[in-house]
Design a protein around this ligand. Structure first.
Ligand SMILES: C[S@@+](CC[C@H](N)C(=O)[O-])C[C@H]1O[C@@H](n2cnc3c(N)ncnc32)[C@H](O)[C@@H]1O
Length: 210
């Protein structure tokens, strides 16, 4: 296949957190694929063929396949492509395609940075639409956890689950919501208190440490 698929990480949301190579690639794209938010934010008004990713992934792959016959296709994904994104599905679907990846800042990296914490020894886990074995979450002194969340596994349910896995009630929970946006909110609380907060945060990063 002559044309290539370029998967571009657009970071946690704000343009300020995107690398110049990503901005440049999106700017130059003839064919641009992304979430409605990404297309709204980065799609040039005319001359560009745009496709909004909805729930039907097969439809996205079919669109990319058709476009590849004549053009390179730029696919925007949130955060970093290598960290829980459409990249895996694209790799499975287009085994022989020429693929390029432009990295982005993962929401996980940004959360640790905002808290001034290192993340090289942290246990990093995604509970966004998936489950993990409890061994990865179980408490030991000094453990640091970074978690991606979703509707079901959120700022209320995760601390309650961690308590059952031996985490002390006083362990710190940082709820990092809408990272990089003007209304970014970082709430520092504890395992014991998190369940009692009025607002439940559904799509955030949780950093937990004792
Ligand atoms: C499907 S995962 C995608 C992760 C992405 N590839 C990355 O590297 O950040 C979506 C989850 O990432 C987290 N997330 C993405 N953007 C975020 C942001 N701006 N603020 C807080 N959490 C974010 C949330 O946990 C959300 O449910």
């Amino acid at each position: 296949m002559e044309h290539k698929i370029i998967v571009v990480g657009i970071g946690p949301g704000s343009k300020d957190y995107m690398i110049p190579a990503a901005l440049e690639t999106i700017e130059q794209a003839q064919v641009l694929v992304g979430s409605s938010r990404a297309i709204e934010q980065y799609g040039r008004k005319d001359g560009q063929t745009k496709f909004i990713i909805r729930a039907d992934i097969e439809e996205v792959m079919a669109f990319i396949g058709r476009q590849l016959e004549n053009n390179d296709v730029v696919v925007m994904v949130s955060g970093d492509p290598g960290y829980y994104s459409l990249l895996e599905a694209i790799r499975r679907h287009f085994e022989d395609a020429k693929l390029e990846v432009i990295p982005g800042l993962s929401s996980m990296q940004v959360a640790f940075a905002k808290l001034g914490l290192s993340w090289y020894e942290a246990e990093l886990v995604s509970l966004h639409g998936r489950t993990v074995s409890s061994e990865r979450l179980v408490y030991y002194p000094g453990k640091v956890l970074g978690l991606l969340t979703d509707k079901k596994n959120n700022s209320k349910t995760i601390p309650a689950m961690l308590k059952k896995l031996g985490w002390p009630a006083g362990a710190m929970v940082a709820i990092c919501n809408r990272l990089s946006y003007p209304d970014e909110k970082i709430i520092i609380t504890t395992i014991g208190e998190a369940a009692r907060l009025e607002t439940v945060y559904l799509n955030c990063v949780l950093v937990v440490k004792s």
